[in-house]
Design a protein around this ligand. Sequence first.
Ligand code: IPD
Ligand code: CA
Ligand code: CA
Length: 276
Amino acid sequence: MPVNSLKQLQIFLEVATEAALAGGAVLQSYWGKLDDVQEKGRPGDLVTVADKASEEAILAVLQRHFPDHSVLAEESGTSGEPSAEYLWAIDPLDGTTNYAHQYPFFAVSIGLLINGIHQVGVIFDPFHQDLFRAAKGLGATRNRQPIQVSQTSELHRSLLVTGFAYDRRETADNNYAEFCHLTHLTQGVRRGGAAAIDLAYVACGRLDGFWERGLSPWDMAAGAVLVEEAGGTVTAYDNSPFLIQSGRILATNGYIHEALSHELTEIKPLAEFSPR
Ligand code: IPD
Ligand code: CA
Ligand code: CA
């Protein structure tokens, strides 16, 4: 990797950390003080002044260090060429619904795609002061201590997490059937409400696996690096290579990956909760 040496990736990681801490400080400053929460499209898809201010703080850091890099940010969209060598995928507040309800499970998520491949990721949960960092070939850490995925090797002993996208009322592919089915087969399926933290928790072994559909690159880029660098596996549901544009991800500790992939490809949508 001549152009992006480990030293170069370390620099990207440090800047991503600076940006995530800046965004996290903004989220902390607005915590519990929101008086204007708006829906930005589908029912339940919220945006607050905190999302926007966090994004501004993150972009200011990235712009200062890497003015030539492209950006894909949830609230302000794309700047620069999306197919550029360096594309930052930014979620300034993952878990907006939680945040708006003062349910303390939310984070800043910043990933760097280099030639389309996720290679650097930082997820910062300012409420719990959990800082997750990873870069390809440099390992994964939580609060600067190395982390690893869990060793759970059987589905019936596993604790999983998933989520339901904002289009869940519009499609039969709403993940309800998968949730019910896997709730039966495992020790439980959590619904955290912040995909980036779900992935970070798989990376540090608090959870054994995560799957979800309907996600955006900014939800997954950083977390995918974390899981892989912590020794886990990230693919599409059917175990084919992970494509960040697909919106679907299966991320596990590796040991339960095939079994979970098998279940996900077998499950049929629930007729009862399909759109009417
Ligand atoms: C959402 C969260 C949630 C997931 C949704 C995402 P947001 O992101 O990650 O867990 O289920 O699909 O859109 O809107 O809070 O940034
Ligand atoms: Ca998100
Ligand atoms: Ca968000």
